[in-house]
Design a binder for this molecule. Structure first.
Ligand SMILES: NC(=O)C1=CN([C@@H]2O[C@H](COP(=O)(O)OP(=O)(O)OC[C@H]3O[C@@H](n4cnc5c(N)ncnc54)[C@H](O)[C@@H]3O)[C@@H](O)[C@H]2O)C=CC1
Ligand SMILES: O=C(CO)COP(=O)(O)O
Length: 334
C-alpha cells in the first residue's frame, strides 16, 4: 500500500515509522530544508528525535510535488498538521479521489463564524465531496514510534475511509478500531486537550489524586454533554477517543497540553509555557471555542470555562481552583 503523510511533526513521523515497516510511506514536510535534514539523518531530530525511519519511508517536500498532485498517486492520504493547517491542506487535496484522514485534535480558530469548527465541519465547507475522516485515540507519538502497544480509532461516515485506515495502520503493535461517529470522535479529541491543561494545573498545584480523579470524571461528563449537543453518540465518549484519550493525556507526562497546565502552576506565563514546548498544544487554541460553542448550545462546561479564564489571564491558578470548588452543590448527572 502507498501512504502519503502530509506534515512531518511528531505524530506524522511516528505513524510513518509504524506503517513504514509494512508499507511504502511518503512523509511530506512543507519546509524543503526540514525534509532534507530528515532524509539526510534518517531521523526527524527536530520533532521526534531518537527514532530511525525504516527503509519503507521516503521523505518529500514541495520540490517533489504539491500535496494535491502527490495525493492522487497514493492509496490513502493522511493530513498530519495541527488544526491550524487543516483547512489549507483540505483545500489542496480537495480534488483527490483517495481516502483522506486528519490526525489533528481540536477546533479550528474562528474563520467566518464567531467560533471555530471541528475537522469534519471544515471539510464540509471546503471539500464536501472528499471521502474523509479522522484517526484518533490515546497515542503518544514516542510510544508508537517505539512500537509499544497502542489502540486507535478510525472514524468516518464512509466505510471506504475506515477500511483504508485499518489497512494502512493496523499491525502487530497498533490496533485500529472503526467508528462511524466522526463528530463524537472529534469532540473527544478536542475537549480532552483542554481538560489535560486542567489536570496539569491540578497536579502542578499538588492538589492530590482525589482532585485529579474528580476533574477527569466531571470533565468526561462535560465532554459528553457537548458532544451529544453537537450530534454525537453517548457511547463514543466511553471509547478510545473519549475516556481513553482523556485518561492518557490528563495523566501522562508526555502530554504537551498537560505540560502547559504544569508550567502555569509553576507561575510561567502562557507565552512562556507554549514557547518552551517546541510542539503544538491544541488545547490552548481550542479552549475558547469549546466554551463558546457550549454556551451557544446551552451546555454547562465549568472546567473548560475555568481553563479559558486562566489562559486569558482573568484568574490565577489558585482562583481557578477556588471557583470550581465554590460552585453550588449539584446532583451527579452525565
Ligand atoms: N504528538 C502526539 O503524540 C499526537 C498528536 N496528535 C495531534 O496531531 C496534530 C499534530 O501534532 P504533532 O505532530 O505532535 O505536532 P508537532 O508540533 O510535533 O508538529 C507539527 C508539524 O506541523 C507542521 N505545521 C505547523 N503548522 C502547519 C501548517 N499551518 N501547515 C502545514 N504544516 C504545519 C510543523 O512544521 C510540524 O512539522 C495535533 O493536532 C495533535 O493534537 C494526535 C495524537 C498524538
Ligand atoms: O493526543 C495526544 C495523545 O493521544 C497527544 O496529546 P498532547 O498533544 O497533549 O501531547
Amino acid at each position: 500500500m502507498d501512504i502519503l503523510v502530509l506534515g512531518a511533526g511528531a505524530w506524522g513521523t511516528a505513524l510513518a515509522i509504524s506503517a513504514g515497516q509494512r508499507h511504502r510511506v511518503t512523509l511530506w514536510a512543507r519546509d524543503a530544508a526540514q525534509a532534507a535534514a530528515i532524509a539526510g539523518r534518517g531521523e526527524n531530530t527536530a520533532y521526534l528525535p531518537g527514532h530511525r525511519l525504516p527503509a519503507g519511508v521516503r521523505v518529500a517536500s514541495r520540490a517533489d510535488g504539491e500535496p494535491g498532485m502527490l495525493a492522487q498517486r497514493h492509496d490513502v492520504v493522511i493530513i498530519a498538521t495541527p488544526m491550524a493547517g487543516l483547512r489549507q491542506m483540505l483545500v489542496s487535496v480537495a480534488g483527490c479521489t483517495r481516502p483522506v484522514a486528519w490526525l489533528c485534535k481540536g477546533f479550528e480558530a474562528p474563520v467566518a463564524q464567531p467560533y471555530g469548527l471541528l475537522g469534519h465541519e471544515v471539510r464540509a465547507e471546503v471539500a464536501p465531496q472528499l471521502a474523509a475522516g479522522a484517526l484518533s485515540g490515546p497515542s503518544f507519538a514516542q510510544e508508537v514510534a517505539r512500537g509499544q502497544p497502542t489502540a486507535l480509532v478510525a472514524a468516518s461516515d464512509a466505510a471506504a475511509v475506515r477500511e483504508a485506515l485499518v489497512a494502512a495502520f493496523h499491525g502487530p503493535t497498533l490496533r485500529v478500531y472503526v467508528n462511524d461517529d466522526l463528530a463524537g470522535v472529534e469532540v473527544g479529541g478536542a475537549v480532552k486537550n483542554v481538560l489535560a491543561i486542567a489536570t496539569g494545573l491540578c497536579d502542578g498545584l499538588a492538589l492530590g489524586l482525589n482532585a485529579r480523579a474528580a476533574l477527569v470524571t466531571r470533565g468526561l461528563a462535560e465532554m459528553t454533554r457537548l458532544g451529544v449537543a453537537l450530534g454525537a453518540r453517548v457511547d463514543t465518549f466511553m471509547g478510545l477517543s473519549g475516556l481513553g484519550d482523556l485518561v492518557l493525556t490528563a495523566t501522562g507526562d508526555l502530554s504537551r497540553n498537560r505540560r502547559v497546565g504544569l508550567l502555569l502552576a509553576e507561575g510561567r506565563t502562557l507565552q512562556q509555557a507554549v514557547a518552551s514546548l517546541g510542539h503544538v498544544a491544541e488545547g490552548v487554541y481550542s479552549a475558547r471555542t469549546v466554551v463558546e460553542r457550549a454556551s451557544r448550545l446551552g451546555v454547562e462546561m465549568p472546567i473548560a470555562a475555568g481553563v479559558v479564564d486562566l489562559l486569558d489571564g482573568r484568574v490565577s491558578p489558585a482562583q481557578a481552583v477556588a471557583a470550581l470548588m465554590g460552585r453550588d452543590p449539584a446532583a451527579e448527572r452525565g
